[in-house]
Design a protein around this ligand. Sequence first.
Ligand SMILES: C[S@@+](CC[C@H](N)C(=O)[O-])C[C@H]1O[C@@H](n2cnc3c(N)ncnc32)[C@H](O)[C@@H]1O
Length: 213
Amino acid sequence: MFKRVVEDHQDESFSSIENAREYAESAEKSSSMRFRGFLNRLKSLDIRGRYLEIGAGSGVLAAMIAADHKDVNITAVEISPDMITVANENIKEKGLDSHIQFVAANIEDENVLQSLGTYDLIYSTFSLHHWENPREMIRNSMRLLNDGGVLMIHDLKRVWWLYWIPMQTGFFKSIRAAYRSHEIKDTLKEMGASKFEITSIFPFFMQIITIWK
Ligand SMILES: C[S@@+](CC[C@H](N)C(=O)[O-])C[C@H]1O[C@@H](n2cnc3c(N)ncnc32)[C@H](O)[C@@H]1O
């Protein structure tokens, strides 16, 4: 079997201004491939109101959402101050700073959670495989949802046809650290989630988990 492999590279690339800029540039360049599936799914759900992004990185996705949905307000939580600096530059340049507020915080901190208020949509992209305690993150996020609200988690999927490629780049390491759909399904069932969907999206090494409150 191809087991989940987590390496300690996972947080390095977010921890300096140079790395944050490099990450932002790569996210911007590949934004269509990275986020198209998520944006299509979001459009089909048609959620209005307050959005919370967890681990928002350089703010590329938040900017794409705000540009498309001028009536929503996005709170973007990010733990790396360097990522936030780059994200704020990016958002200001696009003239979207009145729609997106970055908050420097650790989303796993209970006090932070309580101070954030409640939301109609909470979403996170390409972060699930970095979370030390996914159950806690999901449970905490569900607490912040308004009734009928939705949690969307978009991430890589551990597929065998990429798992066995012996490359050590961040992408292949992340593929080996990602979850298979059935592992997520079992976790959500154990957690007592009653309504959820896990959708594979093209090019089929990505998946979107949608959980309704
Ligand atoms: C792989 S990046 C994804 C960034 C962005 N969502 C994207 O799709 O491009 C993961 C991000 O989550 C942030 N992060 C990790 N743990 C976090 C935590 N506990 N609270 C808030 N942000 C966190 C990291 O600093 C990093 O910017």
